[in-house]
Write a protein that binds this ligand. Structure first.
Ligand SMILES: Nc1nc2c(ncn2[C@@H]2O[C@H](COP(=O)(O)OP(=O)(O)OP(=O)(O)O)[C@@H](O)[C@H]2O)c(=O)[nH]1
Ligand SMILES: [Mg+2]
Length: 159
């Protein structure tokens, strides 16, 4: 089961994966699509530059859940309105960096709602705030997705 993270560069995708994986937090610029355990990490540039939308869409076919990641301390929003609808998987929003003084959750939630996310989680990879709730919900969503799509995983489905 795979969870794919999409969001602008420096939104906090890689750091969030490190936190969710109980790894040491260290800056590591994502240069290409990376499969890390249950996660698919993507470079921010892939959603910020139209030329990369194709690879991003193709990669999403490997994912069971897509996460749109928005830096809650940033005024910038790179998600096109309704862009969650172009994926054939559940898309959840994640507002990151809630520990920062500049964090504005109202703004981050409105950006993610406009992008088409109906559920949004607030997290700080630095303090761990919101991480347990996110983990619980992702587990529940993965279970539901697997149950709803059980037939697809059966041998002979495509025969
Ligand atoms: N204060 C604070 N800083 C964070 C948090 N999460 C990430 N950062 C910082 O934000 C910067 C960018 O984080 P990354 O996780 O590399 O961002 P990314 O979305 O993976 O960026 P790309 O790989 O360029 O797409 C780093 O300096 C992180 O240390 C957080 O929860 N709180
Ligand atoms: Mg990264």
């Amino acid at each position: 089961m795979k969870i794919m993270l999409i969001g602008a560069s420096a939104a906090g995708k890689t750091t969030l994966i490190q936190s969710l994986s109980n790894e040491e937090i260290r800056y590591d610029k994502t240069q290409a699509v990376e499969y890390i355990g249950n996660f698919i990490d993507t470079p921010g540039e892939y959603m910020q530059q139209r030329g990369y939308w194709g690879p991003l869409t193709i990669t999403s076919h490997d994912a069971d859940i897509i996460c749109f990641v928005q830096d809650s301390s940033s005024e910038d929003c790179w998600f096109s309105p309704g862009s969650a609808n172009k994926f054939s998987k559940p898309v959840v929003g994640i507002a990151t960096k809630t520990d920062k003084d500049e964090s504005n959750l109202r703004r981050a939630h409105s950006y993610l709602a406009l992008a088409g996310c109906t559920t949004v989680f607030d997290v700080s990879a630095y303090t761990g705030d919101g991480i347990p709730e996110l983990v619980d919900n992702l587990h529940a969503m993965l279970e539901k997705y697997q149950k709803d799509n059980a037939r697809r995983y059966e041998d002979g489905y495509f025969d």
